[in-house]
Design a binder for this molecule. Sequence first.
Ligand code: AMP
Ligand code: FE
Ligand code: FE
Ligand code: ZN
Length: 285
Amino acid sequence: MPIRGPIDLHTHSSVSDGTETPGALVRSAIAAGLGTIALTDHDSTAGWADAFEAASGTGLTVIPGMELSTNYGPASVHMLAYLFDPANPAILEETARIRDGRLHRAERIVERISRDYGITWPDVLAQSVDGGTIGRPHIADALVAHGDVADRSAAFQTILHWQSGYYEKYYAPSPLAGVRMIVAAGGVPVLAHPATHGRYRVIEDRAIAELVDAGLFGLEIHHRDNTEDGKIRLYELAAKFGLQVTGSSDYHGEGKPNRLGENTTEPAVLEKLIAAGTGSTPFRG
Ligand code: AMP
Ligand code: FE
Ligand code: FE
Ligand code: ZN
């Protein structure tokens, strides 16, 4: 089947830290004129079915995906995963462990914040969906609702900043373990926004080479958080290791300024990605 319309391979719904339900996200993607989106909620596939249902009969293609949390030493590294088997036991077990770790970590962060500000744990739960992936954005929403900060961005620059004194990390596998797990589940791994401001050398070339050996498919180069210097280095890496180049918005609804389709992926790259993924299939609505 021919690929039609712009391709945006990184979006979030309310199943994680986006502000729109999967159905509303699909309608926004259609309104934005996109032909293909990937739904890539953090550490969860719970939105896939609703996204497929909403896309049915609309002409929009939905690539089932996820943004897997990994830890590389002190750094949090995000790994996009596409077209894997959502029932794969290792994926189910590991993502459940990450979500549980995120939940308890958020509780501890809120515990500390509540000594200085008026928010409580129920306030944060009220900002998230049942069984969804909890993150700092939900704490940000509680702070906004309570009048402590203007918006999510302001919360991240202050109270939720990793150097604020309230921050803590959460359990996640290494990037290498993540790539191996995704590939073993028939999926296609792409390193998300690998050159974000100030820390674009966080994964050295040698470690990238290991990820490539394990089956890394591509690098998300066209992303607003990658620095211009970082993009140049990423292009060199892509050439050196034969990696594909993707671009995407990382849309979070009203939770971030990122707009659908602000960066896109070439149809030829999507074709290769679809050919490489064997754990699940694109939903052609
Ligand atoms: P966490 O997963 O709890 O560590 O929180 C990180 C998440 O917060 C990322 O997935 C981003 O989507 C979101 N985030 C990071 N910085 C900002 C910001 N300045 N404004 C809104 N959301 C942000
Ligand atoms: Fe996010
Ligand atoms: Fe990310
Ligand atoms: Zn993301």
